[in-house]
Design a protein around this ligand. Sequence first.
Ligand code: PMP
Ligand code: GLN
Length: 398
Amino acid sequence: MTSSARPFLNRRLAEFGTTIFAEMSALALTTGSINLGQGFPDTDGPEEIREAAVRALRDGRGNQYPPGPGVPELRTAIAAHQQRRYALSYDPDREVLVTAGATEAIAATLLALVEPGDEVIALEPYYDSYAACIAMAGGTRVPVTLRPHEGAFRLDLDELRAAVTPRTRLLLINTPHNPTGTVLTRDELTAIAQLAVERDLLVVTDEVYEHLVFDDAGHLPLASFPGMRERTVSIGSAGKTFSFTGWKVGWVTSTPDLVTAVRSAKQFLTYVASGPFQYAVAEALTLPDTYFDSFREDMRTKRDLLSAGLREAGFKVFEPSGTYFITTDIRPLGAALSKDGDGFAFCRALPERAGVVAIPNAVFYDHREEGAPFVRFAFCKQTDVLTEAVTRLKRLTT
Ligand code: PMP
Ligand code: GLN
């Protein structure tokens, strides 16, 4: 506190303490627990891509500030990836922007597009940086809650429609969805697109888990729906797809005007980042389909292992259609073990009781009571780590 007793942290950020990911990863370290909390893989991505980064460093590519929009090799590779996977065509020079991870893409997009007082609709539970960035931009978040229905968290389209007001600036959509693992269906995306066109809304779509869709339909980018190309800012990231979360290479694809707007904010955040890694990610994006297929199949096996184990341990499991997270309901464990369905209390006690760390989904809710009994486990870990975690969790009830 200063002498005037004014808190250091401004009012916009006062409600956001330390992120749950930092808190829970620190708890995992101090208690020596298996960390199924923060979503990062415990093995690095492809060796040849790591070598590509080493080569870039040695060759002096990217060791000084790269160009503001990102190195041309990477922008070209991003555009080619969108074309190859989704038949979406973007001009690498005017419609692609490289960012410091998807995190900066989200921040720059919201800071660029939102005026103080604008409403931003986000699917609840929402990834924690959305709320903080909407607040930093002076916007008002309007959550639309995904609710459990027949074993998955589903969007109520009527609720979404009802949430739009004359002050709504944009819809912030995340599919595949963290933390629930929900993948929006073609029908849902069609309805979202129609709503956006009808009400003339911008749409920001966070697609960092685009390569982790376990259904046959695969990933459907919102920008590919009728009327959406010109009003959608699509956000991607190399972190999850290539298992290099520390490299922090993300990107935005959109129209020249929207990309220019986002770049205006981005240039005053990091300006640029991750020089040599940008070259390596350019190579990664051109890996053959077999890489993406085997990455997804490997994660599917891990998903099946952990969800079966969690079920055996007594949790209700919401089988994810995408991402590398499983949301569970802890109430079937009983009132005593589940701390009366209080996911926070459960996750704080779990390292001591079972030597495992998980994330309480309540942190991703404005309506905390709606999220109280849900707890998220990450399965992007080695098989023996997941097996050991399951063994430990089963001991809770025996
Ligand atoms: N959006 C979602 C939904 C995420 O789960 C994450 C974490 N990977 C991010 C954005 C941030 O991605 P990055 O690590 O590329 O900043
Ligand atoms: N996206 C990761 C998760 O959801 C965490 C990233 C972070 O720590 N900010 O677990």
